[in-house]
Design a protein around this ligand. Structure first.
Ligand code: ZN
Length: 340
């Protein structure tokens, strides 16, 4: 089969690889209908996270179940399934509390890499959610978005306690930030302030439900949020970048008693204890337990109530994955869908 392998920073190759097979009796092998490049794939691509050996890439996936292990009982071959980036049993105490990405059996969801024709998914019964029937082709990008970026934006909004009567700030205008806007809108926020200086992303943010745009960032951005909120700051802030600047911007844009939902994978973030102490801000985040939200998100997509697949503004054949990485790295594309 064909699959994407990162050999070194900037060196993305699509290679002939061994087709995955069942290893554990709880595994499934799926044939991918679509996959994509994630903002977090750019960390090793840019050399910020280390790449010490050739690494199969990709953790976002939808597709048709080809094969299942002997102990898989809920997922069947032929079903169209959506899964998340971490596999989970969905039965342990942590999973049942809604934190499947900290499952006691946590492991990568696409064990052999999702940017490929096939992938092996561990703990298939707990990890995968099947659609009611085979989806029409135009819903595939929406379902693929549910696999990570929609679920992550949704968790960020829930973690930030978004709801009616709340003013929400979204830091980050990548796919997760934009879908955080969509989530905040669906969860009934009164006002949604998107922080973006990029025209096509601003436009999509407005279409997903943003009511205000702020182009300033850092301290200027925080000052602008304070202006817009009577000097108090926002009730809820979604942080979808993962840098020191974005995290501090999120904390400082929040009012005392407010909530920050942080889902940008933290790189080099160090929080000042004393500022945090006096801020009275709730921090809640981490790797989004996408599995918690999948049934609800698939249902909304199936009934065409949300269209999160609009974050994919470039579709390429899997063989052109290297161009997909470049387009995202250079911010020419918000998110790149790959067709195996
Ligand atoms: Zn579990």
């Amino acid at each position: 089969m064909r699959g994407v392998v990162l050999h070194a920073p900037g060196d993305v190759r699509v290679e002939e690889r061994e087709r995955p097979a069942i290893v554990q009796p709880t595994d499934a092998v799926i044939r991918l209908a679509a996959t994509c490049v994630c903002g977090s794939d750019l960390w090793p691509y840019r050399g910020i996270a280390s790449v010490d050996r050739p690494t199969p890439m990709g953790h976002e996936y939808v597709g048709i179940v080809e094969e299942i292990g002997d102990q898989v009982s809920m997922i069947r071959p032929g079903q169209f399934v959506v899964g998340s980036f971490f596999a989970s049993d969905n039965t342990c105490e942590i999973c049942r509390a809604g934190y499947q990405t900290s499952c006691v059996q946590r492991q990568p969801g696409a064990a052999t890499g999702a940017q490929a024709e096939y992938t092996r998914v561990p703990l298939a019964d707990g990890t995968l959610v099947a659609t009611p029937e085979l989806p029409p082709d135009d819903l595939i990008p929406d379902l693929l978005a549910a696999s990570d970026v929609l679920g992550t934006g949704w968790f960020a909004a829930v973690a930030a306690e978004v709801g009616p009567g709340k003013t929400v700030v979204v830091v980050g205008d990548g796919a997760v930030g934009l879908l955080g806007v969509l989530a905040a809108s669906r969860l009934g926020a009164d006002r949604i302030i998107a922080m973006s200086r990029h025209e096509t992303r601003q436009k999509l943010a407005l279409e997903f439900g943003a009511t205000d745009l702020v182009t300033e960032r850092g301290d200027d951005g925080v000052a602008r949020i304070k202006d817009l909120t009577g000097g108090l700051g926002a009730h809820s802030v979604i942080e979808a970048v993962g840098t020191q600047e974005s995290m501090m911007q999120a904390i400082r844009a929040s009012r005392p008693g407010g909530h920050v939902g942080y889902v940008g994978v933290a790189h080099g973030v160090e929080l000042p204890g004393q500022e945090l102490f006096y801020s009275h801000v709730h921090l809640h985040g981490g790797p989004a337990p996408v599995r918690r939200f999948l049934p609800e998100l698939i249902d909304l997509i199936w009934h065409r109530e949300i269209d999160p697949g609009r974050v994919f503004d470039l579709t390429l054949p899997l063989d052109e994955a290297a161009e997909g990485y470049r387009a995202m790295d250079e911010r020419r594309a918000i998110k790149v869908l790959l067709r195996p």
